[in-house]
Every structure is written in C-alpha cells, then in structure tokens.
Design a protein around this ligand. Structure first.
Ligand code: PGA
Length: 257
C-alpha cells in the first residue's frame, strides 16, 4: 500500500454554507487530521457550491484536503453551459477529483468520458480518483472481474503520472450492504495484479457502506489503501470516528510493510 491511508468523504448533493461551515470548524478544531497525518490523508468532496468555503477555511496547516465530485473533459474554458473545468477546480486549490462515480455512470457517463476527464484533471494538476464497480446482477452471475476489467481498460489513461482507483460495488452504495472482507481483499488484489508493473503502487480505495462499525476490519485488509465514504461522511462525528477507528489497523499494516 501507499504510505498514507486515504479517508475520502463524498458528500454527494448535500450541504449548505452553514452546515459546511460548522462541519469544517469541528474538523479543524479537533485537530484530528494533524494528529494522524503520519498515517492518514483526509480528503473531502463537497458539492461545487461549497468549494470556495473550503478554500477559505482550509489551509496547508489543517492537513485537510478537498476536491470535486466531477469535472468536464475540457481542460480550461469553453461554451459548455453548466459544466465545470479542471482548471476552475485548480483555481479553487482542489487537489483531487472523483470521476466515474456509479451515480454518474447510471446517468449515462461512459468510461471513455471518464478517461478524457482524467486527462484534463491531470493536466490541471489534480489527482483523479477513478471509480469502478459491478452491479448486483453482475456480481451474482459471476461477471465481476469481466466488468472491472472492461471499466479499467476503457477508463484508465495509463500514461498519467498518478491516479487513484476506487472499487465501489454498485449494490453496496448507500444500501448498508458490503461484500465480505474476503471479497473486498480478493477484488483489490485482483485490481492490483491487473495493473501494469509500474502502476502497482496505485492507491486502491474501497467504497460502499463504509461506517464506523466496519472501518477497522476494512482498513486492515492488505490491498485496501483507503476508503471512499458516502453517507457516513455527512455526519462529522461519525466521520471523525471512522478516522479514529482506522488508526490501529493502518498503523499495524504500515509496520508489516
Ligand atoms: P455510501 O456511498 O458510503 O453511502 O455507501 C459511497 C459512495 O457513493 O462513494
């Protein structure tokens, strides 16, 4: 695994200026990100409307990173009503962007678009987090690795310096269901083995119903380099608890490496 365990919070389409302000105040005053910064990298993904607030409230001293939930395929500017470019995100000091989340793929986003977006993101200096995952029917009919292979083949631009992959089984997102620990480890190990040698250190995140009750076990899995947390990241106390509970597993894993 990469040295730091990534704990990413995807707020989806939730949050107001007021709620975000108090969330960030709680995170910053708890100093949790600084205390665990040797092991953990925390990244929040609010909706676009809240990014200027993040830029204002978070400094390099807070050790809290942030990014957006999508960007356009176009790098800079253009006649693209309603779209946001990677350059605009970089202008707000974003360091990361989630791409190809299943909630976007369900609305028609293709792997080819994800790949183009990741190139734009990378050119703007952002690290893309590329999401992949099978749905319930595909899992049940034994097609998981075929689906992941197809998504990886078509979504990844292997010429990029850096990207992160998030494995998020669609049936585990927002449902309270999770794969077994064996299935998570097996799938992550498979993804790692499928990547070319020079990308073998890519951080692999698990996402789908991660919460305080299952984080310790998930974080202890050898090939899991972080988590992408949706619903449970909206409650600041729950999210802090996830961070705290991941600590022991991550420390142990780092010592073993
Ligand atoms: P969840 O969402 O944690 O609410 O299941 C994860 C995600 O959508 O990234």
């Amino acid at each position: 695994m990469e040295k730091k365990f990534i704990i990413a919070g995807n707020w989806k389409m939730f949050g107001t200026q007021d709620s975000a302000k108090s969330y960030l105040e709680t995170m910053v005053s708890s100093n949790i990100a600084n205390e665990l910064s040797d092991y953990t990298q925390i990244i929040l993904f609010p909706p676009y409307t809240l990014l200027p607030l993040f830029q204002e409230k978070l400094t390099s001293q807070t050790n809290l990173y942030y990014g957006a939930q999508d960007c356009d395929t176009e790098l800079e500017f253009g006649a693209q009503t309603g779209q946001i470019s990677a350059k605009m995100l970089e202008d707000l000091n974003c360091r990361y962007v989630i791409l190809g989340h299943s909630e976007r793929r369900q609305r028609g986003e293709t792997s080819e678009q994800v790949k183009d977006k990741s190139s734009a993101a990378s050119q703007a200096g952002l690290t893309p987090i590329i999401c992949i995952g099978e749905n319930e029917e595909q899992r049940k009919s034994g097609q998981t690795f075929d689906i992941l292979k197809d998504q990886l083949d078509r979504s990844l631009d292997l010429s990029l310096d850096k990207f992160i992959i998030a494995y998020e089984p669609v049936w585990a997102i927002g449902t309270g269901l999770t794969p077994t620990l064996e299935q998570i480890q097996e799938t992550h190990a498979w993804i790692r083995s499928y990547l070319p040698q020079e990308k073998a250190n890519t951080a692999l995140l698990y996402g789908g119903s991660v919460k305080k009750d299952n984080i310790s076990e998930i974080a202890s899995l050898q090939d899991v380099g972080g988590v992408l947390v949706g619903g449970a990241s909206l409650d600041v106390d729950h999210f802090k608890e996830i961070i705290v509970r991941s600590k022991q597993s991550v420390e142990k894993k780092i010592k073993v490496c």
